[in-house]
Design a protein around this ligand. Structure first.
Ligand code: B3K
Ligand code: ZN
Length: 897
């Protein structure tokens, strides 16, 4: 790798990598000096010798010097020929580099033809063109197109693509690419071909090609202007019966985007291809989405209720990208949140409209709190618009995606739904067909609403999770409540000091009966925070706000709906929290009150463990849980969420340093006590909600399965034989995967003596259903018992496992590190060793997936000194590996920095 950047990477200095590492900076952006007017690609597909013929029509931009070389990216390509206007270029005509080539002194306007050879069969990175399970498939975002042909592989170079694909007709009956198929036919010696033309200009990252023998589900959708769009879903042979839900989801998404945002689909065909080997969830290639099978295939037998919702959400997400991402794309990869934050927000709203707004909000915030807060507080902390990267693929993060979506949600909070929609309309009017920046988006929102977003822009440039501390003062004689809000934001790598954010804090006040009190904000001083409706605009480091006509008995409900991605501190009494848990009309804050209640108990118990005293906590918490469980006005899914104790990863983010053993013991103690004290209640609610008989998938049935699962989980915590029998019965009688996998997980994670026999029987039953086997692997990997480490060791050689398959790696290794805290953080360090060994085995095969795994070490500083040392050692060993991928290098070196 060459270092063409003017900046120096200090990480690389410290860790002395074997290679020089190039750091990319946002501030280095320069427009590309040439226009690529059209692209013609001809593929002759062969496993080890695919030939790609490329013809580019190129024009130098007006203000560019005539000696400006034409720089093209290219990685792992064997150049067979290169010509300008049909004239072969000699050695003096171009220069080659490791990662591309430069054509010297090209004319002002010309065609460039290149011919390269690539090897899809040996491409295990699953980036570029690869062959897996006998089918060809591409993944180009972010920088995979350069592994297919020489090209300016950057999102601001947009062009129209025509693609010719040629392959064996019998093995690859379907030849697919973006846009419309304009020609096809048979060739000599059993081959055939197809030509595709995409009328929309697009960047190379949206290019796609698939070739294989698939089963095909077709349908159609009539758009709001009456155009018929053909819908096609391509899957592995034999899986057709598992694609109907995906097809319905696609139609719902198309309709929803028309109704909510007035956005219509633009091509005559929309194709989805499902593949088993895929680095992430799915990819929004223009007109030809490629999906991980996990987000397409779903049937009652094989998919859980959550899977069904996830399929719908990801189908929606990729579809929504057609406007937010494809029609308007990113100028450079630092702007990734422009399309991802916005599209995640859109898919969240879509799911909320299909399911339940309150439940969906809680689920989305759980991701922020457990994963994004962790990222924001760790070595990889970055603003939603990062300033630099070594490997772009490492920046497809929960910060860019999910915190990015929170920032978009705040526009809606500030501007209202109509204002937000107006802003989007202006954004599309101005930028359709362009590659733009986050700044362009902010300006569209600002101009459409005449709203000053100057300070709001800091959400794009500052990393870290702001903390908002609220204190209150009540003046009984005036019946006035004064809230004082103070914000701060911790230092993050490269950002010591932070400026105040514009934080919309949604507030409610609850009276002694649990009813909302009408808010009457009373401006007292100039510096008071502005209040609009129930939103307090915290703009300065500290600001106050006064409410009038507040009865003496009241409780503030602050940050309703999680109106900003911040950590709120307010000194609630235990009884306040219990009251909010029982009464808050804001379902998010009602859930939140319970989570805070449980967290408080757990941290108190941790202190007792440190002090070596007998464990106890205020029993009123148990009653609060019972009341919620018995509340007939509540939906089962909400109850399930509200009665689930916060996970270890969420708890870890609430304190500076932790004793992981104490934390797990304390959490288990609380769970066990809730289980014991409410045993009959869990049983009763299990019996009323667990349904045997015909399978239904309406909202009510899903909710019943959710709360029944939670009840069974508490019953299993009692470690009694009747509970084991109940779970076994549920497993054996299940006619759906939700009930089956819940029961299996509870059994495998228990101390039931026959649990491994049960696990084996489940595996035998489902061994031919890849996605179910992956669930089984994850359940095995997350068993908290001490034997798990040996089991997951041998699972590496089990027929169900395959290191080259990302879904398998995520199920076995990812689940172990992310969802088995007691075993991953084993005091003997075997959990860390296991992870490090897998990273070392994988980085050369699949750099992206191994870098993701490496992130599991990011929070090492939170742990005790022995564990810290052990994790550091593993990171150092990883860094000393020969020819370490830059993906893993970036994560590991930043973790140690
Ligand atoms: N845009 C893709 C993600 C690409 C990841 C590249 N490492 C999927 C999505 O967000 O819709
Ligand atoms: Zn996306």
């Amino acid at each position: 790798m060459s270092d063409s950047s003017s900046h120096q990477d200090s990480a690389s200095q410290e860790q002395a990598p074997q290679q020089e590492v190039q750091v990319h900076y946002r501030s280095d952006y320069r427009p590309y000096p040439y226009d690529i007017e059209s692209v013609y690609l001809a593929f002759d597909l062969a496993p080890n010798a695919t030939v790609v013929d490329t013809t580019l029509t190129i024009q130098r931009k007006a203000d560019v010097a005539s000696n400006e070389p034409l720089r093209l990216d290219g990685v792992d390509l064997e150049l067979l020929s290169i010509a300008i206007d049909g004239e072969e270029l000699g050695q003096e005509g171009y220069r080659s580099f490791d990662d591309g080539l430069e054509v010297l002194n090209p004319p002002k306007r010309f065609t460039l033809t290149t011919k390269v050879k690539i090897s899809p069969d040996t491409n295990t990175s699953l980036e570029g063109l690869y062959l897996s399970s006998g089918k060809y498939c591409t993944q180009c975002e972010a920088e995979g197109f350069r592994k297919i042909t020489f090209y300016p592989d950057r999102p601001d170079v947009m062009s129209t693509f025509t693609v010719r694909i040629e392959a064996d007709a019998e093995q690859f009956p379907h030849l697919l690419s973006n846009g419309n198929r304009i020609e096809h036919g048979d060739l000599e010696t059993g081959k055939h071909f197809a030509v595709w033309e995409d009328p929309f200009k697009k960047p190379s990252y949206l290019f796609a090609l698939c070739a294989g023998d698939y089963d095909l589900l077709t349908s159609s959708f009539t758009t709001m202007t009456g155009r018929d769009v053909r819908l096609e879903i391509y899957v592995d042979k034999g899986k057709l019966d598992q694609c109907h839900h995906a097809m319905e989801s696609l139609k719902k998404a198309m309709k929803w985007d028309e109704e909510v945002f007035g956005l219509e689909y633009d091509l005559d065909i929309y194709m989805i291809v499902a593949v088993g080997d895929f680095n992430m969830g799915a990819m929004e290639n223009k007109g030809l989405n490629i999906f991980n099978t996990k987000y397409v295939l779903a049937s009652q037998d094989t998919a859980t209720d959550t899977d069904f919702i996830d399929v719908e959400a990801v189908i929606g997400h990729e579809y929504f990208h057609n406007w937010t991402g494809n029609r308007v794309t990113c100028r450079d990869w630092f702007q990734l949140s422009l399309k991802e934050g916005l599209t995640v927000f859109r898919d969240q709203e879509f799911t909320a409209d299909q399911t339940d707004h309150g439940v969906k909000r809680i689920e989305d915030v759980k991701v922020i709190r457990s994963h994004q807060f962790a990222e924001d507080a760790g070595p990889m902390a970055h603003p939603i618009r990062p300033d630099s990267y070594i490997e772009m693929n490492n920046f497809y993060t929960v910060t860019v995606y999910n915190k990015g979506a929170e920032i978009i949600r705040m526009y809606q909070t500030l501007l209202g739904r109509d204002g937000f929609k107006r802003g989007l309309d202006v954004y599309f009017e101005r930028h359709d067909g362009q590659a733009v920046t986050c700044e362009d988006f902010v300006r569209a929102m600002e101009d459409a609403n005449h709203y000053d977003l100057k300070q709001f822009r800091r959400w794009y440039s500052q990393a870290g999770t702001p903390e908002v501390e609220v204190t209150s003062q009540y003046e009984a004689d005036k019946r006035q409540l004064r809230l004082h809000l103070k914000q701060s934001c911790p230092a993050t790598p490269g950002q010591e000091e932070k400026e105040p954010f514009h934080i919309p804090v949604k507030i409610g006040l609850i009276d002694e009966l649990g009813n909302d009190i009408e808010l009457k904000a009373l401006p007292v001083s100039e510096s008071d925070a502005r209040v609009e409706g129930d939103i307090v605009h915290l703009m300065a480091g500290e600001q106050s706000v006064t409410f009038d006509e507040v009865p003496e008995k009241h409780i503030p409900s602050i940050l309703r709906g999680f109106s900003a991605p911040v950590k709120l501190r307010y000194d609630y009494s235990l009884s306040d929290l219990i009251f909010l848990f029982a009464h808050d009309s804001d379902s998010f804050n009602r859930w939140q009150a319970g989570q805070e209640l449980f967290s408080r108990v757990i941290f108190d118990l941790c202190e007792q463990l440190s002090d070596g005293i007998e464990l106890s906590f205020d029993e009123s918490v148990i009653n609060a849980a019972k009341n919620l469980l018995d509340d007939s006005g509540l939906d089962g899914q909400f109850k399930s969420l509200a009665l689930t104790i916060p996970g270890v990863s969420t708890l870890i983010e609430q304190v500076d340093s932790i004793n992981i053993d104490h934390l797990i013991t304390a959490r288990q103690f609380l769970k066990r006590r809730l289980a014991e004290e409410l045993e009959l209640d869990w049983l009763l609610h299990y019996q009323t909600n667990h349904h045997i008989g015909d399978f239904e998938q309406d909202k009510g049935s899903v909710a019943k399965r959710a709360i029944a699962g939670t009840c069974l989980c508490y019953l299993m915590a009692l470690e009694k034989d009747d509970a084991y029998q109940l779970a076994l019965k549920q497993l054996n009688n299940a006619n759906n995967m939700t009930d089956a996998s819940t029961a299996l997980q509870l059994i495998v994670h228990s101390n039931y003596s026959e649990k491994m026999k049960v696990a084996e029987a489940f595996y035998q039953k489902w061994q031919n259903e890849e996605l179910v086997v992956n669930k089984w692997l994850a359940i095995m990997a997350t068993d908290p018992s001490d034997e798990t480490i040996d089991r997951i060791e041998s699972l590496l050689d089990h027929p169900s496992f395959e290191l080259k398959n990302p879904n398998k790696v995520r199920s076995l290794i990812g689940a172990f590190t992310g969802a088995n805290p007691s075993q991953f953080h084993r005091a003997d360090g075997r959990g860390y060793e296991y992870l490090a060994r897998q990273i070392k085995a994988l980085y050369a095969i699949n750099p992206q997936v191994s870098a993701r795994l490496t992130g599991a070490f990011n929070r090492w500083r939170k742990f005790d000194s022995e564990r810290q040392l052990k994790m550091q050692q593993q990171l150092q060993e990883i860094l000393s590996m020969p020819e370490l991928s830059k993906d893993v290098y970036e994560i590991a070196s930043k973790a140690l920095k």
